[in-house]
Design a protein. Structure first.
Length: 354
């Protein structure tokens, strides 16, 4: 038998071995850490309710958390797709900020101040469309470098992040843009049946990503590519098309995050949300996404985001600084990775003894 035939057989055997683990991620009956995350969330809610009985256990606190969560949640969804595919997108914050700046520039410098009715609607569509096209172009360019040219995604997105951030700071001189149309502000600050519209939007997109990853062929291929790209390629899957789609979708999620961010703050700047890059990775890892690719569930991710938002809100009500929250999140990321790695090593040791 030729060496190439052996390679194909070995790759197929590897793929079949990985599919058992893949099924645990794709189907509702899979074994996961969602239950543990929900227990941790419940424990945190009880803890902060005991520590802050007059402030934390209130409807207004819950509503404030729902207003704050969508921007982080959307950025985390933009990070999760590349992570599951075996890659990473370090440019999500820079892409979001520049998309917001572009849309803000259209709204503040090109849109007539007295525009009303159909004219205002057309300018609104033009501004949002400019941001969409920009994010689409970033996703297409990133996909070309990662999927077609086979450059490592960390290097590609690190370069993209530096380029976009540098251009944004150069063009704005560090200044922010503000004064956006009322519909943009309403997306992040209005409610429907007492639920923030931005939170509803996030849940809809999260559900869409969940369906994409679990109920569609491209979703299965994303998991397979992240699990073992070479074995997936030998099985007949066009991994280049899969990776190309992943980075386009990731960038388009940044466009939605840009709309929510500029609406909530009524401003856009080149340095907004810099700390979110760490938090999106933390949320993904805490939510059960394998940092090496191949596995992850949106349901667990939602629980992880709720935990991080609860910690942030609780620390804020306790009067702790944002820097303390970031430090705690950093420790949490290291601890989660250490525990997961220790569990793998213990399992391997038990298997070796057995």
């Amino acid at each position: 038998m030729s060496s190439s035939a052996n390679d194909v057989r070995n790759a197929a055997d590897t793929l079949n071995g990985r599919l058992d683990r893949l099924q645990q991620t794709l189907f509702p009956g899979a074994v996961g850490n969602t239950g543990g995350l929900l227990l941790l969330l419940l424990a945190l809610l009880v803890l902060f309710s005991v520590l802050l009985p007059d402030l934390f256990p209130r409807i207004t606190t819950l509503q404030a958390m729902m207003f704050q969560l969508p921007e982080l949640g959307l950025l985390t969804l933009a990070m999760v797709l590349p992570l599951i595919s075996g890659g990473l997108n370090l440019a999500i914050i820079a892409t979001t900020n520049q998309a917001a700046l572009l849309m803000g520039w259209v709204f503040t410098t090109q849109m007539p101040a007295d525009a009303t009715g159909i004219v205002a609607l057309l300018w609104l569509i033009a501004g949002l469309g400019a941001g969409f096209v920009y994010c689409l172009c970033v996703g297409l360019a990133t996909g070309v470098f990662v999927a077609i040219l086979r450059i490592h995604p960390i290097l590609v997105t690190l370069g993209t992040m530096s380029l976009i951030s540098g251009v944004s700071i150069f063009l704005t001189r560090g200044r922010t843009l503000s004064g956006f149309p009322e519909p943009v502000i309403a997306v992040a600050n209005s409610t429907f049946l007492s639920l923030p519209i931005s939170f509803i939007l996030f849940l809809v997109l999260a559900a869409g990503v969940h369906v994409l990853l679990t109920q569609t062929p491209i979703g299965v291929r994303i998991h397979m590519t992240g699990s073992n790209a070479e074995a997936t390629r030998y099985s007949g899957v066009d991994t280049r098309r899969v990776l190309f789609s992943v980075y386009v979708l990731s960038s388009l999620l940044c466009w939605v995050a840009a709309i929510v961010t500029m609406g909530r703050f009524n401003s856009a700047g080149a340095d907004f949300g810099q700390s979110y890059l760490l938090i999106t990775i933390l949320a993904a890892i805490l939510g059960g996404v394998d940092p090496y690719g191949g596995f992850g569930r949106v349901v667990s991710l939602l629980a992880a985001l709720a935990i991080l938002q609860t910690i942030s809100s609780g620390f804020n009500l306790l009067g702790l600084s944002q820097q303390m929250t970031l430090a705690f999140w950093g420790v949490t990321l290291i601890a989660v990775m250490a525990v997961k790695r220790a569990a793998v090593l213990i399992g391997e040791a038990r298997a070796a003894r057995g």
